[in-house]
Design a protein around this ligand. Sequence first.
Ligand code: TYD
Ligand code: MG
Length: 454
Amino acid sequence: MAKPSIAFTCTECGTAHKKWAGRCDSCGAWNSIIEEAPLSQGPGRGLGAAKGRAVPLSGLSTKDAPPPRGHSGLAELDRVLGGGLVPGSAVLVGGDPGIGKSTLLLQAAAAFARGGQNAIYISGEEASAQVRMRAQRLGLADAPVRLGAETNLRDILTTLDQERPDLAIIDSVQTLWSDTVEAAPGSVAQVRAAAHELVTFAKRRGVAVILVGHVTKDGQIAGPRVVEHMVDTVLYFEGERGHQFRILRSVKNRFGPADEIGVFEMTGGGLAEVANPSALFLSERGQPSPGSAVFAGIEGTRPVLTEVQALVAPSTLASPRRTVVGLDSGRVSTILAVLEARCGIPFAGLDVFLNVAGGMRVQEPAADLAIAAALLSAREDNALPAEAVLFGEISLSGALRPVAQAENRLKEAQKLGFSQAILPDGQKIEGAGGMTRRQIADLTGFVGEIFGAG
Ligand code: TYD
Ligand code: MG
């Protein structure tokens, strides 16, 4: 057999490389490429070696009703799953170590079990006693969850095959090892093999499988991105360590909208659901202060108001600082360049710090106007109107472009007591009266209107 040419794999994204490199040119991660023996192709496995079986083909129409979804009783989790857990689906829950994945899934397992579903929780990281102690602390000890501590994939599959639960949670996929793969647990080959077996099992037996995957900084351990393409739904649990808010975000969902978020608060008694995130993210707002702008955003299907905060200060550095938390830094650089080139407002020689309050992450281009407003307000040391929310995309010419779902944004803002909206001129709005609307054509117009200078 010819020597396989692929011997290096990126532990971040799983891309195969012919030779080692310091940086993966597929995902851009540094130091993530490791040497790894490729899965051997047994003799006779090549195409054409054996005659295949004809696959039965069928039409698209069906008379079957969609399968009932399992509801966890955690409304925020059900929302992110697209309305509950689909039987036979495979879900990946990724996130930094210590962010609260095990806590969330133990609570979910308990909620499913209390709702009459057969839930199994397999922990590969903690001993059963540890998980039991956590359950006790969370007040879940009475929930009929069945618990196992195991890392051997073969044993886990045998157990699940015997028990046929409705739901199996595997915490985490990086601890599993299969005796058919010659590689260390946590390597790309092991993680892929384990995920593949479990996903196949989920489909075959109609068991919903939830896999936990740690986002890793260490190049030797495969990250959750390696299995993203195998599962039906990919959720990321994110948040700042210092903040108590946690956001569960769906980045891929075959059974519902992606980009949906669920908001939780980490408390002494576990994760508490936050039904009204806007109120929470704005709760720290006091008096109107320079550098603060309220963005009326949309996360998935839900409007969420967040506060963009900016600080601009003289810099002593040759290339001033651009510290951005919770926003896309490329986007921020673009907005700074537009402010400079189109409005003649320089930020050279100034350190810029930008932040989204509460540990929220905002990715919508609709946040452009709020970012620009926060930057200008900080630079001019002039507070924006306290009763105003903003949204709108900024083009490279400095023009403000309309964005989607303006009515929902306005309704949410009104619900939270805001009376004014600053938005693009071209934005068409039906209904949602009661808010004063200041519609502005471009960034220069915005500077003139809000700060009284051109
Ligand atoms: P954990 O679920 O173990 O994180 P992961 O599985 O993502 O690694 O959560 C660990 C953190 O959560 C830990 O630092 C303590 C905190 N925590 C609370 O604040 N309250 C609680 O009730 C629990 C169970 C954990
Ligand atoms: Mg854990």
